[in-house]
Ligand binder design. Structure first.
Ligand SMILES: [Zn+2]
Length: 507
């Protein structure tokens, strides 16, 4: 008997070979090209040779995979299952993959349709179980024995509100049901033979009142009926209210951390697929450290003197705080210079891809008669009126000592100050030399100045105009690369200063 891949029985070997030959010979005329190598034969009762070409894969008699199931001897099946398990274990070894799969496939999106179709009071008990389960999974990914309720609430905010985007169903269940009721209101009224102008679906008014109370809003059902994306609007309002609540109860450092992590593109690393070739992957220890830093969790048990060593062999000795802020400001060790050079190289690559003329990294003799190098990347004929332009990359930590005493009312202060400092230092000398000077200042948590966004927009538009991919795609990839680069170095700076890391290096 012969089976096709879908399990159909189609006769003996001669019949199958006839079909095979028919497709191979007649197919191309109809645009159907047989890929001979993709064919497999499993013939358990084989008595002699078969007429198929040598390229066709002959499955040994121990077993075969049919419709994803293993059919064959016990040894074959065991091996098959082991392979699956190994693939699964491989995935679960990588924190970034674990997190991506959890957030993208196993979290709230699994039951969004349920939230839209059943009122929250009916689901109440089940939703609690879902949220507890998500809470536990996140603790496992972070490798912590217990994730506090406060950190879990923070983590469950969307990434643009400084969370990890692991939504809690109890927060959005009301929004989902109201949103769906608003969309189907007229249809349900017609089915129930009621006047659509006055029809109100059961329980929706109470849900909206609950929402108005929790999010301090004043929506009315009539007003929402014509509003697009009601679920998104209401969910956003709930999350915004939660963020506000967390900020109100937090110390200035946490408030500033939340503000910094809410900046545009500061969360791109959490959404990037972990593609090694594009520089979007973070090893597990770095990824977990970066997640904990974002949630404001203690990274050390107690403060200790920073063990980083300078070129001359001198130890830093400044107090290393439990949140890791000193690691991002420490001038000892290699963390800062590695981060700077990594970021500079990503941007230089983008400048070249944009087709800018004569891109030079770390150009020598930028200023006549001086060894000063105001720019990391120099290009020619970029800005009208200047023969050359110098771009200078810098990264500042938004939670360095002077910024954590008082809560900031706006985001990006650290990046803006770093930008202004660079301008003050280099603008005069550059103007005298006829050099157009552009500081590109980031914060170590990922936010950046307007000049950065403006420059990235311009370069990626130029790259897109040269053909190939859309500027949107190029820009998103670049932002993700920069975001991953900053988080990688943020985490590594902390890891490098762990006392046990220093001990193992000495050993
Ligand atoms: Zn230090």
């Amino acid at each position: 008997m012969w089976y096709l891949d879908d399990g159909t029985i189609i006769g003996d070997v001669a019949d199958v070979f006839q079909i095979f030959e028919l497709i191979r010979k007649e197919g191309p005329r109809l645009g159907l090209f047989l890929n001979v190598k993709k064919n497999e034969i499993w013939w358990p009762s084989r008595a002699g040779p078969d007429p198929f070409p040598p390229d066709v894969d002959r499955i040994e008699n121990r077993g075969v995979k049919l419709l994803g199931a293993a059919i064959g001897s016990a040894a074959y099946t065991t091996e098959f299952v082991k392979k699956k398990l190994a693939a699964l274990q491989e995935v679960c070894k990588d924190a970034q993959v674990e997190f991506g799969l959890f957030r993208g496939c196993l979290a709230y999106n699994k039951i969004n349709h349920l939230l839209r179709t059943a009122p929250p009071d009916v689901l109440h008990e089940a939703l609690e179980k879902f949220d507890d389960h998500f809470h536990e999974i996140l603790a496992v990914i972070l490798r912590v024995p217990c994730l506090s309720e406060e950190k879990w609430t923070h983590a469950s905010l969307p990434t643009r509100f400084a969370g990890l985007g692991v939504t809690q169903t109890k927060t959005v269940a009301g929004a989902a049901f109201i949103g769906s009721s608003m969309l189907t209101k007229d249809l349900v009224a017609a089915l129930l033979k009621q006047d659509p102008a006055t029809f109100v679906p059961d329980g929706v008014e109470a849900l909206l009142a609950e929402h108005n109370l929790a999010a301090s809003t004043q929506h009315e059902l009539q007003g929402l009926a014509g509003t697009p994306h009601v679920q998104r609007l209401l969910s956003n309002e709930r999350h915004e209210a939660i963020l506000k609540g967390i900020k109100a109860e937090s110390d200035p450092r946490t408030q500033n951390l939340l503000t910094a992590c809410s900046m545009p593109h500061a969360s791109d690393w959490l959404l990037a697929p972990p593609i090694v070739g594009l520089g979007l992957n973070l090893p597990s220890d770095q990824f977990r450290t970066a997640l904990k830093f974002r949630l404001g969790m203690s990274l050390f048990d107690a403060p200790f003197p920073c063990p980083s060593i300078s070129k001359d062999g001198e130890a830093c000795g400044i107090e290393m705080d439990v949140f890791g802020d000193h690691a991002l400001c420490c001038h000892y060790g290699t963390s800062r210079v590695f981060r700077h050079n990594n970021l500079r190289d990503i941007l230089a690559h983008t400048a070249k891809a944009a087709g800018l003329s004569a891109v030079v990294v770390e150009k020598k003799n930028q200023i006549a008669g001086s060894t000063k190098k105001p720019g990391d990347i120099t290009v020619q004929q970029y800005h009208r009126g200047f023969p050359s332009s110098a771009f200078d990359v810098t990264v500042a930590h938004p939670l360095q000592k002077k910024y954590i005493e008082v809560a900031m009312s706006e985001a990006g202060v650290a990046a803006q100050e770093a930008h202004d400092r660079k301008l003050q230092k280099s603008l005069a000398v550059c103007s005298a030399e006829g050099l157009h000077f552009v500081p590109l200042a980031w914060e170590s948590t990922g936010g950046a100045t307007d000049s950065v966004h403006e420059t990235i927009r311009k370069w990626t538009d130029l790259e897109a105009a040269r053909g190939g991919y859309s500027s949107l795609l190029i820009r998103q990839t670049l932002y993700s690369q920069v975001s991953c680069c900053l988080q990688r170095h943020l985490a590594q700076a902390v890891i490098d200063r762990k006392p046990e890391a220093i001990c193992s290096r000495v050993l």
